[in-house]
Design a protein around this ligand. Structure first.
Ligand code: P6P
Length: 338
């Protein structure tokens, strides 16, 4: 049975081409194993009693699902021991995670959302893991603090996600394009199935939670109204809408067939003194890196996401990303409104 290129082979080949370190290759491998373990836990759901809530809250004030806690623990355990990371940060943990004292410290900082879209778990919807790898400052000493993580998205050395959908896929970039891998359950390996992923520059599909329409700012309202007006309206074409409740699934669809995903700032979020719903460090930045590497754009509406200077691990920001020409149109509407 031909196996194809495994994600491990791909990473090692990249190491040869762009001279990344063996450290980096090994770290990615540990992340892959963590995602395989989470994929397995998600797959068995109620059969192994992992659905429902954990009756605890995370730093976001959100009730944690059992799978949130399980996925976070799996990700930590797989990545804390090998000496590749100096510290980690997670959506599910308030503060920087310092490694147990017996483990060596490495040069990378790992930030992750262990189970994005976890409200979908109880209804068998798509969920996934999003991760971002930063390099610790070369002159840094001692245990990393939150400040070590406060690096703009442009400083990421790697970003990726594992989507636990009808098939389990991993999508990865190290700054040299985007590649997709599908888990072959027969051999337990992620196999290269989507080399050099590119987002179509145009689209007829938008992704936004229209329940918040009454709160939107004028530029977003204008863009969506024009899409809804279809071929009789100024866009002269009909649009489709998709919203899965999991950023990871909506972004993956944008990568696969084009589209624009919007979780903009709005009056409801401003009333809660929030800069957005989605988190910069472990949702917007990694997805922004992937989308830009695939030829798309990722903006807050007025600023390129990967240029934002983080001020906190759990900082939120507006997210508008996807097909280049559509995102440029939305940016122009924001500029006109200024
Ligand atoms: P809403 C999941 O909780 C998440 O962070 C993203 O994955 C998703 O796109 C968004 O929130 C869904 O938010 O307001 O539609 O429930």
């Amino acid at each position: 049975m031909p196996i194809g290129t495994t994600i491990t082979e791909y990473i090692i080949e990249e190491q040869r081409q762009i001279k990344t370190s063996g450290d980096f290759t090994s770290l990615i491998n540990d992340i892959v194993i963590a995602c395989k373990a989470i994929s397995s836990a998600v797959r068995y759901g109620s059969l192994v009693g992992v659905l429902g809530t954990a009756d605890t809250e995370n730093i976001q004030g959100e009730t944690q699902k059992k799978l949130d806690v399980i996925s976070n623990s799996l990700f930590i355990k797989r990545n804390e021991w090998a000496g590749h990371v100096a510290a980690m940060a997670s959506e599910e943990m308030a503060d920087v995670y310092h490694l147990p004292s017996q483990y060596p410290r490495g040069k990378y900082l790992l930030v992750f959302d262990p189970l994005d879209g976890s409200t979908n778990t109880d209804v068998n919807g798509p969920v996934g893991t999003i991760f971002s790898i930063l390099r610790r400052a070369r002159d840094a000493v001692g245990e990393p603090t939150e400040d070590d993580f406060m690096q703009p998205g442009d400083r990421q050395v790697c970003a990726g996600y594992a989507l636990y959908g009808p098939s389990s896929m991993m999508v990865l970039t190290t700054g040299h394009g985007v590649n997709g891998f599908t888990l072959d359950q027969r051999i337990g390996e992620y196999i290269l199935t989507n080399p050099n992923m590119q987002i179509p520059e145009d689209t007829q599909e938008f992704s936004i939670n229209t329940a918040y329409l009454r709160f939107w700012d004028p530029p977003v309202r204008r863009y969506i109204d024009e899409c809804l007006a279809g071929r009789e309206g100024p866009r002269r074409k009909d649009f489709n809408m998709r919203w899965t409740g999991a950023m990871i699934a909506d972004v993956h669809r944008v990568l696969m067939r084009g589209g624009v995903f919007l979780y903009p700032i709005d009056r409801k979020l401003r009333a809660k003194n929030q800069e957005g719903k989605l988190r910069l460090m472990y949702e917007a930045n990694p997805m922004g890196f992937i989308v830009e590497q695939a030829g798309g754009l990722a903006t807050t509406g007025t600023q390129r996401i990967m240029e934002l200077q983080p001020t906190g691990l759990h900082q939120r920001c507006p997210v508008i990303l996807g097909s280049r020409n559509e995102v440029e149109r939305i940016i122009s509407y924001h500029l006109e409104a200024q």
